[in-house]
Design a protein around this ligand. Structure first.
Ligand code: MN
Length: 502
C-alpha cells in the first residue's frame, strides 16, 4: 500500500512502591512476557513494544509525553498489574495525545486455589487496580477501549487487533494530505464540509490543486512508460477487442495509461494519500479518470468522486484499517434499487470508479460512452463485487461536528448484467431494506460511502472513539424508534461535550 507507515503500540504497566522491590521486579517480568506475546500474536497487525513499569506521577507523565512526541507510536495499551493509584495518572493522561486501550487482564489464567496467599493476591490485583484506572479514565472523560480477558485468549487478540487497526488508520491520518482536483459537484450539499474543522478534529489536510497542473504532468509522460503500462493492463484484465493492440480504440487505452501515470506521479510528488476529482472540472483531460482512479484506489489511495473529500479520507482510513485482511475496500454509491417484496436489494456502483480490490473475479477493461462531463468515452474496469458480509460507512458534517454512519450489509452474487457497463455490488441491508435505508436517511448518510469487505463495525467504533466523534450503527439489531432517539441523544451529548471547540 502507498505511503503506509508501520507504527508501534507501547505496552505500559502501572504499579506503585507499596509492595517493595521484589514484587515490582516480578511485575516487570510478567509485563514483559505479556508484551512479547502480544508482539508475536498473528492477529495483531502492529508490533507491541514493552516499556518499563511506571510507579510514580513523574514516570507516568514522562512516558505519556514520550508517546505523544514519538511519531512511530500509534497508541498505548495500559494495564494495572497491581494497584496504581490513579491520581498519579492525571498529569500524564492530560498530556497524552495518542489513543489508548485499557487491557483488563491478569498474568495467570487460573487462580492457584491450593496455594494462594496474600503475596499472590497483592501481586495479581488488576481486578481492582484496573477499576481504579477505569475511574480516572471515565472521570476525565477519556475515550478509550476496554478489553477484558486473558492476554493469550484469541478473543482478546481479536478485540485488541480491531483497535490496533483503528489506531493505525488514525496514525495514518495525522499529517496526511488529500488532494482535490477541482471543487465539489455544483449544488451538492453532502459533499461539502468544513475542512478546517476536519483538520482540527482528524489531523489531515485537504487542499485543492488546479487540474491544469495535473494535465501538464500527464502530457509529459513518456511513450515507453505507456507501452509498459498498457502491457500490464493486458496481463491483468480481460481487454475488450477494441481496446487491444490493433483494436480501433486502442489509442483510448494508451491515453488512460498516460493519465494513470501522470496522476500517480502527481500524487507521489505531493505524498498524497488520496484524491478526488469532479466531472465538472476536467479542463484539458480527454476522459474522466476511470481505470486510473480504480487502479490508484487499489494501491491504497483514498478516492471519491465529485469533490467528496470526506469520503476520500474515509476510504483511505478504511483501507489502512483493513490492510492485510481478505477482501477490499472501495468508494461506493447507493445507485438503484430492486424492491421485489422479500428480496429487496441495493445495486451499488458509480459512474466508473469502483475499486477492483473488491472484485470477485478478474475485471474486464471496457470502453463505453458516459452521459455526463462532455468528454471522450472513458475506459473502466467492470466486475462484480465478491459476495459475503460487508459494510458501508459514511462521514457527514453536521455543521458543528462530524457523524460516522455504518450499515452492515450482505453482498450477493448479482444476476447477469449484460448491458451494465460499470463495476457493481448488490447487497441486502441489515436488518432489512426498509429499516436500513430509513435509518441511513434519518441519520443524514450520504449517497457516497466507503464499502468494505475487510473493515468491521468494531474497528469503526474504535475509530470513532479515537476521533471523538459520533457513530451511528445500523445492524441486525436496529429499530427505527430507538435509532431516532439515539440520534437525538447524540446531538445533545456531542453539542454539550464539545461546546465551542469544533
Ligand atoms: Mn457520486
Amino acid at each position: 500500500m502507498i505511503e503506509l507507515a508501520k507504527p508501534e503500540i507501547w505496552f505500559i504497566t502501572g504499579s506503585q512502591h507499596l509492595y517493595g522491590a521484589g514484587p515490582l521486579r516480578q511485575v516487570a517480568e510478567n509485563a514483559q512476557v505479556i508484551a512479547n506475546a502480544l508482539a508475536d500474536a498473528k492477529a495483531l497487525p502492529l508490533k507491541t513494544v514493552f516499556k518499563p513499569v511506571v510507579t510514580t506521577p513523574d514516570e507516568i507523565t514522562k512516558v505519556c509525553l514520550e508517546a505523544t512526541a514519538d511519531p512511530n507510536c500509534a497508541g498505548l495499551i495500559l494495564w494495572m498489574h497491581t494497584f496504581s493509584p490513579s491520581k498519579m495518572w492525571i498529569r500524564g493522561l492530560n498530556l497524552l495525545k495518542k489513543p489508548f486501550l485499557h487491557l483488563h487482564t491478569q498474568f495467570a489464567v487460573e487462580l492457584p486455589w491450593d496455594s494462594i496467599d496474600m503475596d499472590y493476591m497483592n501481586l495479581n490485583q488488576s481486578a481492582h487496580g484496573d477499576r481504579e484506572a477505569g475511574f480516572i479514565h471515565t472521570r476525565m472523560r477519556l475515550g478509550r477501549k476496554v478489553v477484558v480477558g486473558h492476554w493469550s485468549d484469541p478473543d482478546v487478540h481479536a478485540h485488541v487487533g480491531a483497535w490496533m487497526r483503528a489506531a493505525h488508520a488514525w496514525h495514518d491520518w495525522q499529517g496526511g494530505a488529500f488532494c482535490r482536483f477541482g471543487d465539489n459537484m455544483r449544488e451538492v450539499a453532502v459533499t461539502e464540509g468544513d475542512k478546517v474543522a476536519a483538520e482540527m478534529r482528524f489531523g489531515f489536510s485537504c487542499n485543492t490543486y488546479g487540474v491544469g497542473d495535473l494535465v501538464a504532468v500527464i502530457d509529459a509522460v513518456e511513450e515507453s512508460a505507456i507501452d509498459r503500462l498498457v502491457a500490464d493492463y493486458a496481463d491483468s484484465y480481460a481487454l475488450v477487442p477494441e481496446l487491444q493492440k490493433g483494436g480501433n480504440r486502442h489509442e483510448s487505452l494508451r491515453y488512460v495509461a498516460r493519465q494513470e501515470l501522470g496522476m500517480r506521479a502527481f500524487l507521489e510528488k505531493g505524498h498524497f494519500k488520496g484524491f478526488t476529482d469532479t466531472f465538472q472540472d476536467l479542463h484539458g483531460l480527454r476522459q474522466l479518470p476511470g481505470i486510473a482512479s480504480q487502479r490508484l484506489m487499489a494501491d491504497g489511495y483514498g478516492f471519491a468522486g465529485e469533490g467528496d473529500w470526506k469520503t476520500v479520507a474515509l476510504v483511505r482510513a478504511m483501507k489502512v484499517m483493513g490492510h492485510g485482511l481478505k477482501g477490499g475496500t472501495s468508494f461506493m454509491e447507493d445507485y438503484t434499487y430492486d424492491f421485489s417484496k422479500g428480496n429487496e436489494r441495493v445495486l451499488g456502483s458509480h459512474m466508473l470508479e469502483v475499486c477492483p480490490s473488491i472484485a470477485a473475479a478478474k475485471p474486464s477493461a471496457e470502453i463505453h460512452a458516459l452521459g455526463i462531463g462532455g468528454k471522450e468515452d472513458p475506459v473502466r474496469l467492470v466486475f462484480n463485487a465478491e459476495a459475503g458480509p460487508a459494510l458501508n460507512a459514511t462521514l457527514i458534517d453536521m455543521g458543528s461536528r462530524f457523524r460516522l454512519i455504518v450499515n452492515e450489509v450482505v453482498t450477493e452474487e448479482p444476476p447477469a448484467l449484460p448491458k451494465l457497463p460499470v463495476a457493481r455490488a448488490v447487497w441486502k441491508c441489515r436488518p432489512d431494506m426498509a429499516t436500513g435505508c430509513a435509518a441511513w436517511i434519518y441519520a443524514g448518510g450520504a449517497h457516497h460511502s466507503s464499502y468494505s469487505q475487510q473493515v468491521t463495525t468494531e474497528m469503526l467504533e474504535d475509530f470513532a472513539t479515537i476521533a471523538g466523534i459520533e457513530i451511528a450503527v445500523i445492524d441486525a439489531d436496529t429499530k427505527i424508534r430507538t435509532f431516532k432517539q439515539e440520534l437525538r441523544n447524540n446531538d445533545l451529548y456531542f453539542h454539550l461535550a464539545q461546546g465551542l471547540m469544533s
